[in-house]
Design a binder for this molecule. Structure first.
Ligand code: FO1
Length: 325
């Protein structure tokens, strides 16, 4: 069994290549739910949906989130209510785009959660509806919310992750992050880590995508105990994030926005870091952090390149594994 710790777009693209390299039924994707939110009374799990739609081949390839060939009639019709919405009402928010087809997933998830199903059960049902053989697992069935301290007109304000990421277009400085609820939330996947042949940390934001997963009780302990068979792929290439604000966020929060910064963050829990060819000159510094360093093409331009990345990462993690599982 292969476990992948996953955030949104980068992880989803990696998984798409991984399932070309191995039998998909051997893969478990453990997905960040710190980005989850509620709008219009709907339960929204963006990273779970990004992973599910991408592996299903249904994602919009340009945006990297939401469904291809989407229409936005419901969103457009929200504008009618902006004129009558009382001051202080949060009804009909139009800053977070839910496409018409995507709404069906949100109707289903919300209804099933209201019936008392767990997020794990609903996520599995949605994955099966999309024909996935990969197991998609939320990191926890409990409520965890990533909260971001931002500087807004010179004043530090705390907002939910989507308000930072989408409403503020992640264009504001970040001074802190925390994962509300993480200390009491039970992870769904510690046994999965312990019984996995290898664990791969996908090329996702180490602070706000992998950070919430690692913040759950017992997860870092389980990763450390299995460290030799854990491999990570750096989401930072030549000092920049492939997508999203990871580079700026690392710098703003006092980390180095480079493969060395990523190596320092992951060294306690992972024995191998896969970095891009453009960072080959930093190999020794990465190894000085105490991790084996594998250099390859990590830019997931096509499924074939991504498949090769998955193969190389698997081989490196398997070499670290003391015995096969
Ligand atoms: N990202 C945006 O930049 N703007 C949006 O309006 C938006 C809507 C959205 C709806 C459903 C969904 O599953 C994802 C959506 N995302 C949107 C992406 C999401 O905010 C981010 O990809 C993740 O939370 C970061 O990993």
């Amino acid at each position: 069994m292969i476990t992948v710790l996953a955030g949104g777009v980068g992880a989803a693209r990696f998984l798409r290549g991984l399932v070309l390299a191995v039998d998909p039924s051997l893969v478990t994707a453990v997905v960040n739910t710190g980005d989850d939110t509620e709008l219009h009374g709907l339960s929204i799990s963006p990273d779970i949906d990004t992973v599910t739609y991408t592996v299903a081949g249904a994602i919009d390839p340009d945006r990297g989130w939401g469904l291809a060939e989407e229409s936005w009639i419901a969103m457009e019709n929200l504008a009618r209510y902006a004129a009558v919405r009382p001051v202080g009402s949060g009804a009909a928010p139009d800053w977070f785009n839910l496409g018409d087809r995507d709404l069906a997933t949100h109707f289903y998830r919300t209804a099933r959660l209201t019936e008392g199903a767990t997020l794990s059960e609903v996520t599995d049902e949605i994955a099966r509806a999309w024909g996935l053989d990969v197991r998609v697992v939320p990191m926890t069935d409990d409520r965890v919310r990533t909260m971001v301290d931002i500087v807004d007109n010179g004043v530090v304000t705390t907002v939910g992750f989507q308000e930072y990421f989408v409403k503020r277009r992640h264009a504001v400085p970040v001074t802190g992050i925390r994962f509300d609820g993480a200390e009491h939330a039970r992870p769904t996947f510690v046994d999965t880590i312990n019984s996995s042949e290898v664990v791969i940390i996908a090329p996702s934001n180490p602070l706000v995508s992998i950070g919430p997963i690692r913040a759950l009780d017992g997860v870092d302990r389980a990763l450390t105990a299995n460290r030799e068979r854990v491999a990570a792929i750096s989401p930072i290439v030549a000092g920049s994030a492939l997508k999203g604000p990871a580079d700026r966020m690392l710098t703003e929060l006092g980390f180095e926005a480079s493969v060395v910064g990523v190596a320092r963050l992951y060294a306690p829990v992972c024995a191998t870091l896969v970095i891009d060819e453009r960072d080959a000159d930093r190999r020794t510094e990465v190894e000085d952090c105490g991790v084996r360093c594998v250099v390859t093409d990590t830019i997931m331009r096509t499924p074939e390149v991504t498949r090769a990345l998955a193969d190389i990462t698997l081989t490196a993690a398997r070499e670290g594994a003391p015995h096969g599982r």
